[in-house]
Design a protein around this ligand. Structure first.
Ligand SMILES: Cc1cc2nc3c(=O)[nH]c(=O)nc-3n(C[C@H](O)[C@H](O)[C@H](O)COP(=O)(O)OP(=O)(O)OC[C@H]3O[C@@H](n4cnc5c(N)ncnc54)[C@H](O)[C@@H]3O)c2cc1C
Length: 485
């Protein structure tokens, strides 16, 4: 029986696993698992063009957002398949709302959604279906730490159970990387706890090519909750419903920056907020919702309404908000069949750079991308025919506590990324920060053989370095890479 190992517990991994033939033995390395994935958090929905006229408009919108760096063939392929994906999801028993919504950058309302928690509903239903399959082994609390490459071919990977503190090599005919993005590398982010860039870092160490890593998209409005891990995204549509950004003096500061004020494009709003916060030395600005009708708030944004109520901001009619790292546009370079530069290794979902997003992702194109490529890979001939895996599992014990010497590195990393490779970048700052990232590696390497934490931190730093190198090399502002003196 052929064996495939897939790394990840988000929708890319789940959908790939569901489409894969049950004749293939599948190991799913779940990391933090489906409920802690970015997929579970997806709010807006899936961008789908239902007819040919809309397909051309959707292609155009995607290319405009990507600022010249999209692969037009990939854009066409994905968008032309979008209505089939929607049909497949409906056939699997998912019910979408009847009124597609419109998001920033889309010329018409084409976002298919399920209330304001599309990702949660998709994950719960598809995960329940996957649990019924007989060919799938679910490896909970387990992370991949290293790819095994022999004679230029990917033979398998090293996995570690972080509750038990054990580590072993497993071998496979094909390895699929579906480990998501890297928002967690930043002090402010909207992502789940599994999105810490470990997959991309592991790929980089194995010699895989990464591309477009400079392009980290920031979302303007995450609820700012001092000292709390919970990440609550305040959807753009809420500003569409009348909520207005104000600084700590109560001024509508976006009015001076763009004719659309709080409704300006995402990158302009994020930049305006960031500069205002840097100047005032405050950690957030405010989103004033006193003009939003309460009934409308409750009925159209039930998730947000509940979150605002729980956080105690309902009566004051304003929410503290900050921009936050949201989406990794680049990643492991793959071809149109999701094959990486190393035979036997594939990448799908946010960790992959397919060419759909270019320098900036069009909102809600990411779920579309992952469904398209996960299904295409799972049903491809190569997955059935590759024959690489062989080898005995080997069990190694590891310490699971964090070595004290590495804590300052973990603590510094997020602020370093936020201030040096965040919304607004400066060459001199980036070079200093890259030097700091380089200096972390020899310290981490001293602990790598014995400590799981060190192995994982090393992968995060490798991804941070990939972002740093790509950002330093890109000497002009483009898409979501914005330079300032
Ligand atoms: C708040 C929020 C809202 C969003 N809204 C939308 C939206 O409306 N529409 C849209 O198109 N996109 C949206 N996105 C983006 C979209 O949700 C993600 O791009 C997409 O879900 C990524 O899916 P994925 O399966 O590639 O990764 P994820 O869903 O992030 O899953 C990756 C999984 O891999 C695991 N993992 C990571 N490293 C390892 C490792 N080393 N070993 C084992 N496992 C590992 C993680 O724990 C996680 O379970 C949103 C993102 C966020 C954060």
């Amino acid at each position: 029986m052929k064996r495939v190992v897939c790394i990840g517990g988000g929708l890319a991994a789940i959908y790939f696993s569901l489409v894969l033939s049950e004749e293939i033995e599948l190991y799913l390395i779940l990391g933090e698992g489906p409920e802690d994935s970015n997929s579970y958090l997806a709010k807006g929905g899936i961008a789908v063009s239902l007819d040919i006229a809309d397909q051309s408009a959707h292609i155009k919108d995607t290319l405009v957002a990507g600022a010249g760096l999209c692969d037009p063939q990939i854009v066409k392929e994905v968008i032309e398949n979008s209505s089939s994906i929607l049909q497949d999801l409906k056939a699997r028993g998912l019910y979408f709302d009847s009124n597609p919504s419109k998001e920033g950058g889309h010329s018409i309302a084409r976002i298919q959604h399920i209330s304001d928690q599309t990702g949660k509903f998709l994950v719960e239903k598809l995960w329940a279906d996957l649990k019924k399959r007989k060919n799938t082994h679910f490896l909970y609390h387990t992370v991949a730490t290293q790819l095994i490459i022999e004679k230029g071919i990917c033979k398998g990977l090293t996995i570690a159970n972080y509750l038990e503190g054990t580590c072993k090599n497993i071998f496979a005919d094909n390895v699929v990387l579906a480990s998501g993005g890297c928002g967690n590398l930043y002090a402010q982010h909207t992502n789940g706890i599994g999105a810490n860039g470990e997959g991309a870092g592991m790929a980089m160490r194995a010699g895989l090519l990464l591309q477009d890593m400079a392009f980290i998209q920031f979302h303007p409005t995450k609820m700012y909750l001092e000292g709390k891990l919970e990440n609550i995204l305040v959807t753009e549509a809420f500003r569409g419903a009348g909520a207005v950004l104000r600084d700590n003096k109560g001024d509508d500061f976006m009015k001076d920056l763009h004719p659309l004020s709080s409704l300006a494009p995402r990158d302009i709003v994020s930049l305006g907020m960031f500069l205002n916060m840097e100047e005032s030395k405050e950690k957030h600005v405010w989103l004033d919702f006193s003009k939003v009708d309460t009934q409308h708030f409750m009925l159209s944004f039930p998730y947000l309404f509940d979150a605002v109520k729980r956080a105690g901001f309902l009566s004051q009619e304003k929410i503290p908000v900050t921009p936050a790292a949201h989406y990794q546009c680049g990643g492991v370079l793959v071809d149109s069949n999701s094959a990486s530069s190393i035979p036997g290794l594939f990448a799908i979902g946010e960790v992959a750079r397919t060419g759909l997003h270019g320098a900036n992702r069009l909102a809600s194109n990411s779920l579309l991308e992952l469904f398209h490529f996960a299904a295409k890979l799972a049903s491809s001939e190569i997955i059935q025919t590759n024959n690489y895996g062989a080898g005995e599992d080997e069990l190694i014990s590891l310490k699971i506590q964090k070595p004290l010497e590495l804590l300052p590195i973990e603590n510094n990393l997020k602020e370093l990324m936020w201030h040096s490779f965040g919304i607004c970048r400066n060459l001199a700052h980036m070079e200093i920060a890259k030097g700091e990232l380089d200096s972390f590696l020899p310290i981490i390497k001293n602990f790598e053989a014995d400590y799981l934490f060190a192995k994982r931190l090393r992968n995060r730093i490798e991804t941070a370095k990939a972002i740093a190198i790509a950002a330093i090399e890109r000497t002009e502002s483009l898409g979501c890479h914005q330079l300032m003196n």
